[in-house]
Design a protein around this ligand. Structure first.
Ligand SMILES: Nc1nc2c(c(=O)[nH]1)N[C@H]1C(S)=C(S)[C@@H](COP(=O)(O)O)O[C@H]1N2
Ligand SMILES: [Mo]
Length: 418
């Protein structure tokens, strides 16, 4: 196994907890040493030391004006995208960590490909390793693509539909759009000697083993059909023109465009290539639909994300009465956005929004805007989109136990002051 990651692979629940706490203390020291609590930080944050609370296991600062904390995860606040270009800057891109961000040395890092799906000729020995420099030397591609958690908007199953679901209760901020640069997974698979009878690949991260309920499920890993691996999957080493930040997978992550975020394995260490179907908890017990209407072993493993829309407004915003323009974005895993409509009267009447990016990238999103005459009172703002396949946003989302793929219209509360 390649070394270069800073932990052993045999962590208990307690050990993971200790490490996360250690990380928290280090972040705290770095933050307070680097900025100075009484000066810059205090000025930015209105004199209170609340930004000195780092998110456990996340390296970058997660100040409360940019992020909503959820345990080891940090959700982007949608109002921070207001007035910005298409891409989500790395400083506000959501972070979803099963454990904590590992610190990896790119100089000793290796990507290892192995398994029965590679042919083991003398010239193409199995396993095959690539260094960071090897990857930088291969033909590069760039790709604008969202990473979105399958559980994005999960919290609305409870707050809008009164259903308990398991998992992080995200609002709409577990999504971001970046320009990724790297090498196609197909290039690396072909150079490693992909056999014609290979069916599945299993990318695996170098972060700590995931321990839940006292059970060690091993490293984060989720099988991908070879057909998908060869289609459009990228081994990304750059995000928005800079090396990947630690929290987003440095030195190399997978980007599986428009698929559930879990497919885009961060801190990639190895890829098993097999001539038979592969399984891990991430395609058997997680990331399938469970509950009424689904088989006991769950539905098929989740692939594409669905259609969503978000206002670039604070949640529970307070706004002055009068004429204004509402801004937001819509996106879909299944095709480009064709239309977005907005309702400011609880869904009784809808008006088309003006799409600012009507020919957006296939895996990107469109910004939109619509004028609104805001009258005093409590209001709910609704937005819904349709993509080029006709997929749209219903009034309610189909329940599933883990709260995946909430694609219904979100009712965004605001207070208009007179
Ligand atoms: N190795 C590893 N890869 C991972 C994860 C993880 O915890 N470990 N989380 C996954 C999940 S559930 C999501 S939604 C995305 C989040 O990517 P981001 O943190 O860069 O936004 O990474 C995926 N890749
Ligand atoms: Mo996720």
């Amino acid at each position: 196994m390649a070394s270069g990651y800073g932990h052993d692979g045999d962590l208990t629940d307690e050990a993971t907890y200790e490490r996360v706490r250690g990380m928290t203390r280090r972040n705290l020291l770095r933050l307070t040493a680097g900025v100075g609590l009484g000066t810059g930080l205090g000025a930015v944050l209105g004199g209170r030391a609340r930004a000195a609370e780092p998110t456990a296991g996340i390296v970058k600062p997660t100040p409360p004006e940019l992020f909503v904390p959820h345990g080891t995860n940090a959700e982007m606040r949608w109002e921070t995208m207001r007035g910005r270009g298409l891409l989500t800057p790395a400083d506000r891109f959501f972070v979803r960590n099963h454990t904590f961000t590992p610190r990896i040395d790119a100089r000793t890092w290796r990507l290892r490909l192995w398994g029965t799906g590679l042919h083991g000729s003398p010239t193409l020995r199995n396993p095959v390793e690539f260094s960071y420099d090897d990857l930088l030397g291969l033909p590069a591609e760039t790709l604008a693509a969202r990473v979105e958690c399958a559980g994005n908007a999960r919290g609305f199953f409870t707050s809008q539909q009164g259903r308990e679901v398991s998992g992080t209760p995200w609002r709409l901020g577990a999504v971001g759009l970046a320009r990724w640069r790297g090498v196609r997974l197909s290039t690396v698979l072909e150079r490693a000697g992909l056999a014609p009878d290979a069916v599945d690949v299993l990318p695996r991260g170098l972060d700590a083993d995931y321990v839940t309920g006292g059970e060690n499920l091993g490293r984060v890993r989720r099988p991908l059909p070879v057909a998908k691996a060869l289609e459009d999957v990228l081994l990304a080493y750059e995000m928005n023109g800079a090396p990947l930040p630690p929290d987003h997978g440095y030195p190399v992550r997978l980007v599986v465009p428009s698929w559930v975020g879990i497919a885009s394995v961060k801190w990639l260490g190895d890829v098993q290539v097999a001539d038979e179907p592969l399984f891990s908890p991430w395609n058997t017990r997680y990331y399938r639909l469970f509950g009424p209407g689904h088989p006991p072993e769950g539905g098929a493993p989740l692939t594409y994300q669905n259609v969503k829309s978000a206002f670039e407004l604070p949640w529970d915003a307070t706004l002055p009465a009068g004429r204004r323009v509402l801004h937001g974005r819509s996106w879909s895993g299944t095709g480009r956005i064709r239309r977005t409509e907005v309702s400011a009267d609880g869904g009784a009447t809808w008006r088309p929004a003006r799409l600012r990016d009507p020919r957006h990238d296939r895996h990107g999103w469109t910004r939109w805007e619509v004028p609104w005459h805001a009258r005093p009172g409590r209001r709910e703002l609704l937005s819904r989109a349709v993509d080029e396949t006709g997929a749209s946003q219903p009034a309610t989302a189909a329940y599933n136990e883990s709260g995946y793929l909430f694609g219904a219209v979100v009712r965004h509360p605001v207070t208009v002051t007179g």
